[in-house]
Design a protein around this ligand. Structure first.
Ligand code: SAH
Length: 202
């Protein structure tokens, strides 16, 4: 599947019915999700791989991985409402994904997820709940030898230090993330932030 076709397929998916600010529920825009998945695919991390999407929300990354030929795709999220949308989205996109409800901070989750080769994630940046990104990084490094994630661009020095000894940044792409007005504390109709798409190898 071409990058443009993947982005179109992902742009048709439903978003969060009532996004929760405490869980930093923002859908990854289709073009950025497609870009991450395509780069991961070019590095051999998607096709025929077992892929897990941590904090999958409405499923955009998990569904895209399945459409690009991942062998076994699982999506995990704490919010049952988001998972209900994700299941509908997978069905309408013709993707084969198993969605599980769970808290990333729960260490027993690894057993329920099973073995994976690649993690994809757009975790909370920790803007609402300080350090909310950390359990995602920890869980990702436990779950698979390769992690593809979207992070706030300002956090690169922190990420290098936080993953030191456990993982190494083996790929980096800069991108812009457009955040539409979603929550009451948003003061602009559209807010752009610089993000990094990182590949972290264990
Ligand atoms: N990956 C999706 C959603 C990103 S928003 C996408 O790319 O569109 C971040 C997601 O993390 C939300 O769906 C939120 O419900 C989930 N989340 C936040 N804290 C969590 C936790 N402790 N355990 C599991 N999921 C969590």
């Amino acid at each position: 599947m071409k990058l443009s076709r993947l982005a179109i397929a992902l742009s048709r998916l439903e978003g969060f019915p009532s996004p929760r600010p405490d869980l930093e529920q923002y859908v990854t825009p289709a073009d950025l999700a497609a870009r991450l998945l395509f780069d991961a695919s070019l590095r051999g991390d998607i096709c025929e791989r077992r892929v897990v999407d941590l904090g999958c929300g409405t499923g955009v990354l998990a569904i895209g991985a399945s459409l690009l030929g991942a062998r076994d795709v699982r999506g995990v999220d704490i919010d049952p409402g988001a998972l209900a949308v994700a299941r509908r989205n997978a069905e309408s996109a013709g993707a084969d994904v198993q969605f599980l409800q769970g808290d990333i901070r729960d260490e027993s989750l690894a057993g329920r997820i099973g073995c994976a080769e690649t993690v994809v994630m757009n975790p909370p940046f920790g803007a609402q709940v300080p350090h909310a990104d950390r359990p995602f990084i920890d869980a990702a490094l436990r779950a698979a030898p390769v992690v593809w994630g979207i992070f706030n661009e300002g956090t690169l020095p922190f990420l290098s230090a936080y993953t030191a000894g456990r993982g190494e940044i083996t790929g980096l792409v800069s991108a812009r993330l457009a955040i539409p007005r979603t929550f009451a504390f948003h003061t602009r109709d559209l807010h752009e932030v610089g993000v990094l798409v990182l590949r972290i190898g264990r």
